[in-house]
Design a protein around this ligand. Structure first.
Ligand code: UDP
Length: 480
């Protein structure tokens, strides 16, 4: 009898932008692909981030449950002792293009992986990945981990330039914007992505965004961390340029659901948070002692920074609001950290009113019944995590898509207050009080509605599940 050699399984190479948000999202996607059973997955991390991930998380033991999964690393081109802080983001981009790019090309073309790669899934910001994949003849699907509403405004940058809406002079940031289809009724200059405020159109970040928009439609498809029902109008605009969309989110909820279904009888488990900083779980013990919805959670994510002056305004606004707080003060998040001694003194003075940590288990925090509001920088992951837990937001966006997200939070989804371009103690106090009082209830109603749609999208036959299954089928079909 003739023995048939079993066909080798498809092998996906996942390549995130080396930042906390994209790594978290893409690890979740990696896990979902592993759960599908017959897809091999390699996750390409930079050496620096991989060391941090191994140091602060149980990611290795979690993925050891999937024999078809591998981690592989590549250099980000920066020396070990480089701070990789947001004010040095330019260095990281330079390293990615001058060192990671050729290394990635070498890895993909010389078959450095233990199995042939049949599909690449790369972050949309890694524009070189498509050129490399095309040269080597491997199909590539992009994954945009920013918000779809933010992404759509990126796609309209050329239109905004042609219409003379950017660059703009002067300080009339409330002037309405007309060149982003679907957003004419509510978008103002101040709500455009932060890089649109530049007067220099050769600015590397605006150029990177425009490059991204040239590359993404040329790929085999585009994965988005959202669900159809949340972003339907924006998705329909995006489909006019990228017809093959996979809105598979919210990815973090997908995994909680999977875990719940698969390990019946155990209590629902939260997906691992895959943090690049050490999570301080003591804040959960502290939250356990606080009354229902009495605490505001303050975090500006993994990249945003604030000045000492802004921190002082936040502190006064918070103290004057009388609301209990859980505040994440990420290392190196204050511009001029040499004043750290003063900050500690200030914060110590109110310690009995709150809890300070340098990095929190955010998904667990937002799910805690003591949390009544979130003062956030409007990063897309944070926005989705908050929405899913029904926690209303005060938004203080820092950069890129966050300015668009905060406008959508306040004007489209009506689940929070937009505080962009303001950092005044009186305003902060009022917004926190409003959020924790009457407005919070209104916002929670809208959130209940939206998170119900999200959960439906993640149930059998739901839109995100169907999109994920279609993605899995398409990856299987790409098998060599
Ligand atoms: N996060 C966390 N602990 C913190 C602060 C943030 O686990 O103390 C996580 C958060 O849950 C989110 C991610 O870090 O998933 C931040 O991503 P986001 O897109 O919100 O913002 P970014 O950091 O990219 O600006």
């Amino acid at each position: 009898m003739e023995h048939q050699i079993p066909p080798s399984p498809p092998h996906v190479l996942i390549f995130p932008l080396p930042l906390q948000g994209p790594i978290k999202c893409m690890l979740k996607l990696a896990e979902l692909l592993c759960i599908s059973g017959d897809i091999d997955v390699t996750f390409l991390n930079t050496q620096h981030n991989h060391r941090r991930l191994l140091q602060y998380t149980a990611v290795e033991s979690r993925f050891s449950a999937y024999p078809q999964f591998r981690f592989q690393t590549v250099s980000d081109g920066l020396p070990d002792d480089h701070p990789r802080s947001t004010d040095r983001l330019g260095d990281l981009l330079k390293g990615l293009w001058t060192v990671t790019h050729p290394n990635f090309k070498e890895m993909l073309s010389s078959g450095s992986f233990d199995r042939p790669v049949t599909c690449v899934i790369a972050d949309g910001a890694l524009t070189f990945a498509l050129d490399v994949a095309e040269e080597v003849g491997i199909p590539l699907i992009y994954f945009e981990t920013i918000s779809p509403c933010g992404l759509w405004t990126y796609f309209c940058v050329q239109k905004l330039i042609d219409a003379g809406e950017i660059p703009f002079q002067g300080d009339d940031l409330d002037a309405p914007i007309q060149s982003v289809p679907g957003m004419e009724d509510f978008l103002r200059r101040r709500d455009l992505p932060s890089f649109c405020r530049t007067t220099d159109l050769n600015d590397p970040i605006i150029q990177l965004a425009m490059g991204e928009c040239r590359q993404v439609p040329r790929s085999r498809g585009l994965i988005l961390n959202t669900f159809e029902e949340l972003d339907r109008p924006v998705l329909s605009h995006l489909r006019s340029l990228c017809p093959n969309l996979y809105p598979v989110g919210p990815l973090h909820t997908h995994l909680v659901k999977k875990t719940r279904l698969e390990i019946e009888s155990t209590p629902p488990q939260r997906a691992s948070s895959d943090s690049l900083w050490q999570e301080d779980k003591s804040c959960i013990t502290w939250l356990d002692k606080q009354p229902l919805r009495s605490v505001i959670y303050i975090s500006i994510g993994s990249l945003a920074m604030m000045t000492m002056e802004q921190l002082v305004e936040f502190w006064h606004g918070l103290v004057n609001s009388g609301v209990q707080f859980l505040w994440v003060r990420r290392p190196n998040s204050i511009v001029g950290e040499d004043l750290a001694g003063q900050i500690e003194e200030l914060l110590e003075a109110t310690k009995e009113r709150g809890c300070l940590v340098s990095w929190a288990p955010q998904e667990e925090v937002l799910a805690h019944p003591a949390i009544g509001g979130f003062l956030t920088h409007s990063g897309w992951n944070s926005t989705l995590e908050s929405l899913m837990e029904g926690v209303p937001m005060v938004c203080w966006p820092y950069f890129v898509d966050q300015h668009v997200n905060s406008r959508f939070v306040s004007e489209v989804w009506k689940i929070g207050i937009d505080m962009k371009d303001t950092c005044d103690r009186v305003v902060i106090e009022k917004m926190i009080k409003d959020l924790m009082d009457v407005k919070g209830d209104e916002f929670r109603q809208s959130m209940d509605w939206l998170s119900k749609f999200a959960r439906e999208s993640l149930s059998v036959g739901g839109s995100s599940v169907c999109n994920l299954n279609r993605l899995i089928e398409d990856i299987r079909a790409m098998k060599v």
